[in-house]
Design a binder for this molecule. Structure first.
Ligand code: FAD
Length: 428
């Protein structure tokens, strides 16, 4: 049986390989890095297992959860599922915004209840937010024309405080794009899928292990058992179209394939545009946003009041207690999304974050060590009306997959997984 080439062992490539394998086909997946996972992978630091960035999954990530199930992973063994409960602390005022969904109510009433009973905003602001949330399903979560989330929120009379304490932290977490340029339509798509259908879709899922152990390793094991092959440390250096398909060249070897799924990141397409020039236009208009994760190790008895707490009017945006999440006691991960490149050193950044945390959470005094990881192109900028390419390309039997392809999701694990599945389905 002819094998199908998949280039890239991130979530999209792994999902595509799994889908093909499930259909009884055989794939060979080439991953340039030493490990699978791409932008969602575990790394070693000292004797601690970290992730390249603290990730969260949502109950609405149905395809990702299906993939894990297919690979034989029991959700409860690897993920902690928490009903949505948001706490956002204001560094300036010291006030907290608190929103707890009601587990006894169906969607979307569970979230409307949360807005009604939210603490840290006044009644007028809550009603404006509830009217906005009711307007969304009445309009099918569809805008006539995409606009920035900032302008949509202004049109719906969302107060600066509410924006600051709820909408902006959610926008940064979901779209990794500033409010002023973020696509309101993609934001509505995320709210539709997480808030409007089943109550559990809004659950927050936090990994009990690192991301490689959570997703990539079980999937690689499934692929290996089922007749497909995964080769790591194998960067594909060129892809040349031939009369019958494509020639792939790695440092070690040349391969012939009839069908190819290119599942690298959007900025990595340019490695192949010399021989496949029509790939150029697909993502040349894309821009990218970084995500920085500052890991701070405190004494083992230090903990937060919840596994995940937001911060506002601060550099720190979301603060995770990895003791509660994955048993790494005293280890705090601070996420800073969509921020202009930092001018200060990593040490100075870690010190600035440490200072903020000691104000936000007085139990966090001085860390024992820090580790700063910046992914410069963590995600594409999910800008207004961004034109995203389809899985199918101008080349026969040559498809692309990745979080950036045309879908109604922002750059997320679920978006990448769906894209991989769609690319696999498009092959015949
Ligand atoms: C710090 C950070 C935090 C994030 N937080 C979240 C979150 O909380 N929730 C969420 O859902 N998403 C989050 N994301 C986004 C999510 O991780 C990505 O959307 C997703 O992992 C993208 O997967 P992908 O397969 O599309 O691309 P990638 O992960 O980029 O995979 C592409 C793969 O292709 C490989 N490759 C490239 N060129 C070649 C070549 N020539 N030969 C062989 N292999 C090649 C790369 O090495 C890479 O492994 C976050 C991302 C980052 C960076």
């Amino acid at each position: 049986m002819p094998k199908i080439a998949i280039i890239g062992g991130g979530m999209a490539g792994l999902a595509a390989a799994t889908k093909l394998t499930q259909q009884g086909k055989q794939a060979i997946l080439f991953e340039a890095g030493p490990n699978l996972g791409g932008r969602a992978r575990g790394i070693n630091y000292k004797d601690t297992r970290l992730d390249n960035g603290q990730h969260i999954l949502l109950g609405a990530y149905h395809e990702t959860l299906n993939l894990l199930e297919l690979a034989g992973v029991a959700e409860s063994a690897v993920l902690t599922r928490l009903p949505l409960s948001l706490q956002v602390r204001d560094l300036n005022s010291g006030e907290s915004f608190v929103l707890n969904t009601n587990p006894d109510l169906p969607a979307p009433l569970h979230i409307l209840w949360g807005l009604l009973t939210a603490k840290g905003v006044i009644a007028k602001e809550k009603w404006a937010a509830i009217r906005f949330m009711v307007w969304m399903p009445l309009n099918g979560f569809k805008l006539k024309q995409d606009q920035s989330l900032a302008s949509l929120l202004a049109a719906h009379q969302q107060s600066p405080t509410f924006i600051n304490r709820l909408w902006e932290p959610l926008c940064l977490a979901a779209l990794n794009t500033p409010l002023q340029s973020a696509s309101a339509q993609v934001f509505l798509n995320v709210l539709r899928d997480s808030f409007a259908q089943k109550k559990n879709d809004s659950d927050v899922l936090l990994a009990k292990t690192d991301l490689t152990a959570l997703i990539s390793e079980p999937i690689a094991a499934y692929l290996g058992k089922s007749g497909s092959e995964v080769i790591t440390g194998a960067a594909v250096e060129s892809i040349t179209p031939t009369a019958n398909g494509y020639t792939l060249q790695t440092k070690e070897q040349q391969y012939q394939f009839k069908q190819v799924i290119l599942a690298c990141g959007p900025h990595q397409l340019k490695s192949f545009t010399e021989s496949l020039p029509k790939l150029t236009v697909l993502t040349e208009h894309f821009t990218y946003q970084p995500i920085t994760t500052v890991y701070l190790q405190y004494a083992g008895n230090v903990a937060l009041s919840a596994p995940m707490i937001g911060a506002t009017n601060s550099l720190s945006q979301w603060v995770f207690d990895r003791g509660q999440i994955c048993g790494q006691h005293g280890l705090i991960a601070v996420v800073i999304s969509a921020h202009a490149p930092f001018k200060q050193t990593q040490k100075a950044l870690a010190e600035a974050v440490t200072k903020e945390l000691s104000t936000l959470f007085p139990q966090l005094a001085q860390p024992l060590w820090h580790k700063v990881i910046t992914e410069k192109r963590a995600t594409f900028s999910c800008n207004v009306a961004l034109k995203r390419p389809k899985n199918m390309t101008a080349y026969p039997n040559f498809f692309i997959a990745g979080d950036y392809t045309d879908s109604d999701y922002p750059a997320t694990i679920e978006g990448a997984v769906r894209s991989g599945i769609d690319a696999a389905a498009a092959l015949n």
